[in-house]
Design a protein around this ligand. Structure first.
Ligand SMILES: [Zn+2]
Ligand SMILES: [Zn+2]
Length: 389
């Protein structure tokens, strides 16, 4: 019986579990219900459980048959997004303003599926380490686990993670070495003007005009400052000002995100955002306060673990469903911080539904649950043998 066959035998239970997580989504660092179910399931299968790592994170440790061999970590994220779900699924979100719109409910379920299989079969040497991470969606869950000494308490030789991919065909695995996902900053620009009656602009220093001028000018960073051969995104995603039709507000705030693969580009963009904001504000006799924060590290896959994922993919989904050509994404992923600490690889798994992640109508394809679980399980079986070191 193949791994996939064995895990497929309890696919219905995995689907039921995923629907339960989906109906009860929790935001980053608030995943107490989810983490509680994860811990209880792991315990039930005889896996050693360490809750409360980096806040609401959970780590499971399972020894293989022999005491020797390598330590292979697998990671899944558990958090949902602060948005409403717009689907008519019977198991749609019961928590208003909370939605598993990135499929982390599916990732958590896949890792549980792999943990159950590995606990039941123990057909591996070394140690399997299951890392259930909180707060992936821009809140720094990976960094919180690392700061809580994740890799000192649970040393591992390699680490692997995956994401569902609505933009790939079902069961297609995409993995390649090198930079795969962009690094990201989040920024806030606070413009302090002077408020007045909407009919008396000469008595005001209108922060709305300054904010819209800065918003336009920031688009020149990508087009005029950064080397055209280097990828960069500067997106303003929030504009906040005012509360009445006849009041010029005191203050306006712009917020957004920067994406790039190159640290020197990130540094240049940070400097230009500050210079442009300060220069324009000053030209209008106002001040702009700029706060730019490094949120995501560039995600870089290591060569040998990528080969390992590719070998497992040939086995689990077939060579015809494996893509190793580079397809870097401007999106970011905080698993990048774990990959900075430990060699490993992050791969994408395609599914039949094609609504993009973070869309209110996003749908997860339950048919990929056993496939993702099998990928994780086979990675441990193939990489934990001591001959791989
Ligand atoms: Zn997401
Ligand atoms: Zn995600």
């Amino acid at each position: 019986m193949t791994v996939l066959d064995r895990i497929a035998a309890y696919a219905a239970e995995l689907t039921e579990l995923r629907h339960d997580f989906h109906a009860h989504p929790e935001l980053g660092f608030e995943e107490t219900r989810t983490a509680g179910i994860v811990a209880e399931k792991l315990k039930g299968w005889g896996i050693e459980v360490h809750p409360g790592i980096g806040g609401t994170g959970v780590v499971g440790v399972l020894q293989g048959r022999s005491g020797e061999g390598r330590r292979i970590a697998l990671r899944a994220d558990m958090d949902a997004l602060p948005m409403d779900e717009r689907t008519n699924l019977p198991y749609r979100s019961r928590n208003e303003g909370r939605f598993h719109g990135c499929g982390h409910d599916g990732h958590t379920t896949m890792l549980l599926g792999a943990a159950r299989y590995l606990a039941e079969t123990r057909d591996f040497d070394g140690t399997a380490i299951f890392v259930f991470q909180p707060a992936e969606e821009g809140l720094g869950g990976a960094r919180a686990m690392i700061a809580d000494k994740l890799f000192e308490r649970f040393p591992c030789d390699e680490i692997y993670g995956l994401h569902n991919a609505p933009d790939l065909p079902r069961n297609q695995i995409s993995v390649f070495p090198g930079p795969a996902m962009a690094g990201a900053d989040f920024f806030d620009i606070r413009i302090q003007g002077r408020g007045a009656h909407g009919a008396m602009p000469h008595l005001a220093n209108d922060p709305v005009i300054i904010a819209t001028t800065i918003a336009q000018a920031l688009q020149s960073v990508a087009s005029r400052n950064v080397d055209p051969l280097k990828s960069v995104v500067v997106s303003i995603t929030q504009i906040h000002a005012g509360s009445a039709y006849n009041v010029i507000p005191d203050e306006a705030v712009l917020a957004g995100t920067v994406r790039a693969f190159d640290d020197s580009v990130r540094e240049l963009v940070r400097r230009r955002i500050k210079e442009i904001s300060a220069g324009i504000a000053s030209a209008y006799g106002a001040e702009a306060e700029v706060d730019i924060r490094d949120i995501f590290t560039v995600l870089e896959n290591d060569e040998t673990p990528v080969q390992a994922v590719a070998d497992v993919a040939r086995d689990v989904v077939g060579a015809e469903r494996l893509s190793t050509s580079p397809r870097p994404k401007m999106a970011s992923e905080d698993f990048a911080d774990m990959l900075k600490a430990v060699p490993g690889a992050y791969f994408n798994l395609g599914m039949a539904t094609d609504v993009p992640v973070h869309n209110p109508g996003y749908l997860f394809d339950d048919d990929i649950l056993p496939v993702g679980a099998s990928m994780f399980a086979r990675i441990v079986e193939t990489r934990s043998a001591s001959s791989n070191s």
